[in-house]
Design a protein around this ligand. Sequence first.
Ligand SMILES: Nc1ncnc2c1ncn2[C@@H]1O[C@H](COP(=O)(O)OP(=O)(O)O)[C@@H](O)[C@H]1O
Ligand SMILES: [Mg+2]
Length: 323
Amino acid sequence: MRLQYDPTALHRVTDPKEFGRVAVLLGGDSSEREISLLTGNAVLSALQRRGVDAHAFDPRERALAGLLDGRFARVWIALHGPGGEDGTLQGALEYLGVPYTGSGVMGSAIGMDKLRTKRLAQAIGVATPDYVVLRGPQDFDTAIERLGLPMIVKPATQGSSVGMSKVESEADLPTAYGAAAALEPSVFAEPWVTGKEYTVAVLQGRALPSIRIETPRKFYDYQAKYFRDDTRYFCPSGLSNQAEQHLANLALAAFEAIGASGWGRADFMSDETGRPLLLEVNTIPGMTGHSLVPMAARAAGIDFDELAWRVLETSLARRSARP
Ligand SMILES: Nc1ncnc2c1ncn2[C@@H]1O[C@H](COP(=O)(O)OP(=O)(O)O)[C@@H](O)[C@H]1O
Ligand SMILES: [Mg+2]
């Protein structure tokens, strides 16, 4: 069994029975397990409230082939980070012939990699902060010369600000590099961008209202994202209609560039002239109480349960087909 995908298909469902038995994939074994459990359980309850025959399925506890024994018709992927969001799971599901929510193998794999996302965004004219790839201490001088200080050092494929640090002086760079390189070999630096931070959720081919984020912390780090209540969110974000439309177009273009589909979120920061720069695309963003996509959806009149439902509808763009 293979899956056939029609990216232009927008299937709206009114009867929960049409979805069949649904597995909400949650937990997993990435560093974002904790957040995935929050996302997954919130989605599971939402689907159940809407009458969907939905069940939790933690791939850390059960082999994926159990989806076939459990006669699941489709899955709602609520896993973040490597192993869930990076295309490997999507590939396994293609192989098993089980339709799933959101982006396919390629969009997921590229979206997981901030460096490749930046390269593709640049290629289609979506601006992104300058960067220098750090392969080791031999690249430190280049980074400082080219990007200046402060800068930010990031591992390319982690999420939730894990392994990222702000570098204020040259002496901090080895520690920052070490923290990122301990997680994975692909590390890069960007100049520190000082403008406002925005995020744009994308749902079924449309951009939702942008959100502006403000944190009293150095940046929107793991604590600020999930646990602090002094992070402030503005939606509507305060942009003019024209700037809002422009940002929406950039988010959709970034999605298109990396081959993402269904739903997700693009993160931006503006430079000192107010020009938005793409930071990254998230193909499975968080859906916790503090999360951004539900906030943007609410501003568009879509409540949490409806959002979880619409994301599930994105799985209908993939259908089982004999090879
Ligand atoms: N170049 C930058 N300058 C200043 N702050 C940044 C920069 N890049 C990222 N940040 C901050 O770090 C946060 C996380 O960065 P991001 O690239 O979105 O990775 P992720 O969300 O996957 O951890 C952003 O939300 C922003 O607050
Ligand atoms: Mg981000």
